[in-house]
Design a protein around this ligand. Structure first.
Ligand SMILES: Nc1nc2c(c(=O)[nH]1)N[C@H]1C(S)=C(S)[C@@H](COP(=O)(O)OP(=O)(O)OC[C@H]3O[C@@H](n4cnc5c(=O)[nH]c(N)nc54)[C@H](O)[C@@H]3O)O[C@H]1N2
Ligand SMILES: Nc1nc2c(c(=O)[nH]1)N[C@H]1C(S)=C(S)[C@@H](COP(=O)(O)OP(=O)(O)OC[C@H]3O[C@@H](n4cnc5c(=O)[nH]c(N)nc54)[C@H](O)[C@@H]3O)O[C@H]1N2
Ligand code: SF4
Ligand SMILES: [Mo]
Length: 743
């Protein structure tokens, strides 16, 4: 065979972030030599971002530090001593230990932790439900999942990830900076502005990349967006700018909303938010009059707002509703249950979990929004929802054993030692387990604490049906077969993909018959069965499935929003019902609460920790805690960096590049100073998820996980910092201080 004949091009769906861009991979002798955007993919139309450009993907896919084989802990937990074992041994032993722990403590002793959407995310529900535990938790609480509960609560569907970026006349980027987080979405926005003259409002404490292009920019004080949104609602109602037809016909509780909004004149919000009242009015007028307008979801635009998560998310959902932008072409379109085809019991097996087990979910009654308690109510109207236990309570329960022991944890596609707040507590919690299993690509600070660490398959090594998120289609699915087989081209990694992981354990636990077969392809065959073809054929023939969304569904006869009243609930009867069942007093209308450490409520604290801290604003090329291994990504960004205003830096005698301590009552971490007017003098913006794969693995270092990781200094005390309904913890609006590291 000639060299040329060994060359082939395979299609794949990039999973280095959520956008799942369609790509073409050129292979030679079993190794990938080139990856480029697929011009035929309707989603990205050939676009790829800097993670794939200049062959940077090589330093991920072919990184020499990748885990090669299953590892079993042989020394003390966290001592870095491992024995290489086979997959069979790993599955056998883990299953045996799970059975023993289930016999001793009950199935709820097992929990599962997930990260952001990187894989066939729903699979773990099938496993945990069949095992009998309700305890699935993850970062979703501060990313998307709170929104995914509160939007259905409001309009019986989810629409802030179905923004019609390309056809909107106004785009409101609220706590969202797609130029650093979702690059394709920014390309669509920018093209729309240039080609169609669309306008842009940016609401962000940082004059971030997208703010530079805004028609109106509001520099909001971190953590106060709910007050801002309430004042915008106030202006829209007071100035009679709301969509009367939609409100009269389709909204429930407008009078009660009007009363609440009357409490929030822009002048009151201006004092809290630092945004001048006139600018609040201007934003409200623009949003209510330039139609259609979309207001996409943003992680810092609500979910990560700690005590104000519900307030902010609900207030924004109400803004979308009273301006009539819901489900419009160019607005935020509504998705309905079953849209992604994976709510049926075959995939989640929710029905396998007995009510008595559901009731045991950690946080079920205390933070009922995301839990089974909330699910029970909302799923009657809107079945597409994922229940979640509360992570801060879960970690505490691992340590206390109260009200029951949580002794086993499986972590797949998550790095809790970086992703969750209060890292020292997370550490102690993971160390108190009897069994910790981590399925990942690399030895991470979390994996370093495990009993078993198992090598995972990358997006190039597995089947996938990536659902490009943040697009307006009702269904969008990029079917791809593996580009690389195990051990192909001389590779030495004995990986199993995420499906094979669950199947391997299920086989040993006697539940294999509930799955589709031993391989991920078997599952995919099951998923595309309605098309009357195999998954391989689907990938060949259909490739990119696109089902357009049908806008203005509410104009169809007999339509009902999937809420208890069948209307858009400005005043939430779901929350009211939770109150009745639990004897609680969650607010059915949005309001604003001062975060516990703000100067308005705790002046002593704020005097010591005067700077308002943002954590985790995205930056390229890293994806959360990934890509820190030495190589092409890390070369672009070797050190952790925080942003500070030059005036503040001068007062503190900090020069550009200085290593500085960033401190809260939880302790201190260090990062290097970037002096920039992007931030307000009262604000700092600190990068998240820093660890150093080049530092020692063994305790106490754990790859330097406590040195620069901002979550080590963020508190998640459930009595003080969490959203009362959703249990969301804060990632922004956290009071801190900064000073130079003196060697
Ligand atoms: N302070 C602060 N904390 C934050 C945030 C913030 O803004 N500020 N953001 C929060 C948000 S929004 C999120 S979503 C979370 C993210 O939290 P995580 O999703 O936990 O983030 P990662 O650090 O990327 O961890 C993912 C791990 O899974 C591995 N992995 C990636 N893909 C796969 C896969 O397909 N299969 C398997 N088995 N493993 C895989 C990676 O190597 C990595 O170790 O962080 C949250 N934490
Ligand atoms: N490069 C990169 N891209 C990513 C990720 C990554 O880790 N790295 N993670 C992915 C994930 S899981 C997610 S959830 C998305 C999130 O991506 P985005 O939704 O864009 O969220 P962030 O970048 O965290 O924050 C967006 C902006 O909100 C601003 N902000 C901070 N605090 C506040 C506040 O209190 N109010 C307001 N209005 N704005 C505030 C920040 O300054 C920032 O510019 O990114 C995804 N894309
Ligand atoms: S935007 Fe995301 S999916 Fe697209 S090429 Fe970049 S990393 Fe891959
Ligand atoms: Mo996220």
């Amino acid at each position: 065979m000639t060299e040329e004949s060994k060359r082939e091009v395979k299609r794949a769906s990039c999973f280095l972030c959520h956008l799942n861009c369609g790509v073409l991979c050129t292979k030679e002798n079993g190794r990938i030599i080139k990856i480029e955007g697929d011009p035929e993919c309707p989603h990205n139309e050939g676009f790829v971002c800097s993670r794939l450009e200049q062959n940077r993907w090589e330093s991920f896919e072919y990184n020499p530090n990748r885990l090669k084989t299953p590892l079993k802990r042989v020394g003390e937990r966290g001592s870095g001593q491992w024995e290489a074992i086979s997959w069979d041994q790993a599955f056998d032993e883990i299953a045996e230990r799970l059975k023993a722990l289930r016999d001793e403590h009950g199935p709820e002793t097992l929990c599962f932790l997930e990260g952001t959407y990187r894989t066939e995310t729903h699979l773990h529900y099938k496993f945990t439900n069949l095992f009998g535990t309700p305890n699935t938790g993850g970062n979703g609480t501060i990313c998307y999942s709170s929104d995914m509960w509160l939007e259905p609560c409001t309009y019986g569907g989810f629409c802030s990830d179905k923004s019609d970026w390309k056809r909107a006349d106004l785009i409101v980027l609220w706590g969202r900076n797609p130029a650093a987080s979702e690059l394709l979405n920014w390309k669509w926005t920018y093209d729309n502005m240039r080609e169609r003259g669309a306008k842009l409002i940016v609401i962000d404490p940082r004059f971030c990349e997208v703010a530079e292009h805004a028609d109106l920019y509001l520099r909001v004080r971190p953590g106060t967006d709910a007050a801002l949104a309430l004042a915008m609602i106030n202006v829209i109602i007071e100035e009679d700018l709301y969509d009367h037809e939609f409100v009269d016909e389709w909204c429930y509780g407008f009078d009660k909303l009007r009363e609440r909004a009357a409490e929030w004149p822009p002048e009151r919000a201006a004092e809290i938010t630092w945004v001048p009242a006139e600018k609040i009015r201007e934003a409200a007028r623009m949003y209510a009059t330039i139609k259609p307008a979309c207001m996409p979801w943003g992680e810092k635009g609500g979910d990560g707002h700690g005590v104000n998560a519900t307030n902010t998310i609900r207030a924004k959902a109400i803004l979308r509703s009273i301006t009539g932008n819901i489900d419009k072409v160019g607005g935020d379109q509504l998705t309905m249950p079953g849209d992604r085809g994976n709510t049926e019991d075959m995939n989640f097996a929710h029905n396998a979990l007995a009510q008595g087990q559901r009731d045991k979910m950690v946080g079920n009654n205390r933070f009922p929004g995301l839990s089974f308690k909330g699910w029970d109510i909302i799923s009657k109207a809107y079945p597409r929802f994922y229940p979640y236990c509360n992570a801060p309570l879960l970690f505490r329960q691992m340590i206390s054993g109260d009200p029951y022991p949580v002794k086993a944890c499986i972590v797949q596609a998550d790095n809790p030692m970086l992703a969750f707040t209060n890292t020292h507590l997370v550490h102690d919690a993971l160390c108190s387990l009897d069994l910790l299993v981590v399925h990942d690509y690399f030895m991470t600070p979390t994996a370093a604490l495990a009993d078993y660490v198992l090598p995972a398959a990358t997006w190039l090594e597995r089947c996938s049906r990536g659902y490009p998120t943040m697009d307006v289609e009702q269904v969008s699915m990029n079917g791809t077969m593996p580009v690389l087989e195990r051990f192909e081209g001389g590779a030495d990694i004995d990986f199993r993909d995420d499906y094979e992981f669950w199947y391997g354990l299920s086989e040993r636990l006697g539940t294999a018959d509930k799955w589709w077969g031993p391989t991920c392809e078997d599952m995919m065959d099951g998923q595309v069965a309605p098309f009357g073809m195999s998954f391989a054929d689907f990938c060949e023939k259909v490739k990119y499935l696109r089902v357009p969304n049908k806008p203005e569904k509410y104009k169809e006869p007999g339509f009902k929003f999937l809420t208890p009243t069948g209307k858009v609930e400005l005043y939430s009867t779901v929350i009211e019902q939770l109150n009745q069942e639990l004897g609680a007093d969650f607010d059915p209308l949005p309001n604003f609460t001062f975060p516990a450490d703000f100067p308005e409520v705790n002046p002593d604290y704020a005097a010591e920790y005067p700077l308002n801290m943002i954590t985790g604003a995205r930056f390229m090329p890293f994806y959360h805690s990934e890509h820190r291994q030495p190589g092409a990504y890390r070369d672009l960004h070797p050190d952790p960096v925080f942003q500070i205003h030059p005036d503040t830096a001068m007062e503190l005698n900090i020069a550009p590049g200085d290593w500085c301590w960033i401190e809260t009552h939880k302790g201190r971490i260090k990062q290097r100073a970037s002096l920039t007017t992007v931030v307000d003098p009262r604000v700092i913006s600190v990068q998240h998820d820093w660890w150093f794969p080049e530092k020692p693995e063994a305790e106490p270092s754990l790859f330097g996980v406590f040195e620069s990781n901002v979550n080590a200094i963020v508190d998640d005390d459930p009595d003080k910092y969490l959203d009362p309904l959703m249990g969301a913890w804060p990632v922004t609006g956290i009071m801190a201080k900064v000073y130079k590291v003196e060697e």
